[in-house]
Design a binder for this molecule. Structure first.
Ligand SMILES: [Fe+2]
Length: 364
């Protein structure tokens, strides 16, 4: 068993002010954010006030949208290079953090194109990375992964130990203003990470301990937070759950629900967490047939796999109308069968079975 998670993680209210000197990982920072969330949550203001106090120059690039593209990260690389930035501060949900990781590699290796990121043998250096999450979902603040959308519309992840953030500041106060819809989709993304981690062929006793606590926290606190969005105590629990789930997938990677969900996000516009979580019960049922011991944690917490499905349904995971054309189904099935997620999912999967999963989702 290997456990590797080299990120220095600070957690707590106003934590960035208590450990501000450690944010200085170079001489000039590129701050990478989306258009709004870093600003609205107060995280951007905190980072800027710390940098100004420490007299560290920075440039702010706010061009990252949901599901970051090659264009977005190339723009970031260009800005970082032309301003001679030598470290990255990524603030936001998964999209800015993942884009910040890509920019860290591309800037340190200017000859590389975004396609080159997907083979970690192409590079052995990246700019240092600071991560400041503003949602409780992706776990990107503690993972060696980043997901980009390729020019052909395919969402693909890359992995490199170089993109583990060097420091992450996890402050639940940034999360209290998040809308109910975003709270749900990010929390069930975290739940997907923990559940997929425990179902994965790559699960370990240590990753399972983290997954179990993460799932338990989400089971207990997601219903509460959805009814009391500004409750800081509940937000703290979800923040911890999400980071634990990130620590799980840093070891195990994700499995089929993520691959199945990527197509729905890109082609149907359903947000990542929800698009992924909707497949969890179907995959858990499949895994149960081949490796029943791997569903034990889910059953210990929810009672049965059926009750796990009911929990997701009650939370609102299936509240959408969705249908697929035959062409879409064919495309999705082919892409999923080519993804690396298939081989890490216990069970046997062929095109028919994958197609059936998409069809079942439309019938719920
Ligand atoms: Fe995810």
């Amino acid at each position: 068993m290997l456990y590797y998670m080299p990120t220095k993680l600070y957690y707590g209210k106003d934590i960035i002010f208590q450990h501000k000197e450690e944010i200085v990982l170079g001489e000039k920072a590129i701050i990478v954010t989306g258009k709004n969330s870093a600003k609205l949550t107060g995280a951007l203001d905190d980072v800027i006030s710390v940098l100004e106090e420490l007299k560290i120059p920075y440039i702010h690039y706010d061009g990252i949208g949901e599901n970051p593209t090659y264009e977005m990260v190339l723009k970031g690389k260009e800005i970082a290079l032309s301003n001679e930035c030598d470290f990255v501060i990524a603030i936001g949900g998964g999209s800015p953090m993942d884009a910040g990781k890509a920019i860290a590699v591309l800037t340190a290796n200017p000859e590389l194109t975004p396609d080159d990121l997907f083979d970690m043998n192409n590079y052995d250096v990246a700019l240092p990375i600071v991560a400041v999450p503003t949602t409780a979902g992706t776990g990107s603040e503690v993972t060696p992964f980043a997901v980009l959308t390729k020019p052909n519309g395919r969402k693909s992840g890359f992995k490199s130990e170089l993109i583990f953030p060097d420091i992450s500041y996890l402050d639940p106060k940034y999360m209290v203003k998040i809308s109910k819809a975003l709270t749900l989709t990010t929390a069930v993304d975290a739940l997907s990470h923990a559940v997929e981690g425990t179902l994965s062929k790559k699960s370990t006793p240590l990753s399972d301990m983290l997954a179990k606590e993460s799932i338990r926290l989400i089971y207990e606190y997601l219903p509460k937070v959805l009814n009391d969005l500004e409750n800081i105590e509940y937000r703290e629990k979800l923040a911890i759950a999400s980071t634990l789930a990130g620590m799980v997938i840093a070891q195990t990677g994700t499995i089929l629900p993520h691959s199945l969900g990527y197509r729905i996000t890109i082609h149907k516009g359903i947000r990542h967490g929800q698009a992924t979580a909707m497949f969890l019960p179907l995959i858990a049922e499949e895994v149960e047939k081949y490796s029943p011991e791997k569903t034990k944690i889910i059953k210990d917490i929810f009672g049965t796999l059926d009750k796990f499905f009911v929990f997701l349904k009650d939370m609102g995971v299936y509240e959408f109308n969705i249908d697929f054309t035959n062409e879409e189904l064919e495309l999705f099935v082919n892409e999923v069968m080519l993804s690396s997620h298939v081989k890490n999912t216990p069970g046997e999967y062929d095109k028919g079975k994958i197609k059936n999963m998409y069809t079942k989702i439309t019938e719920i």
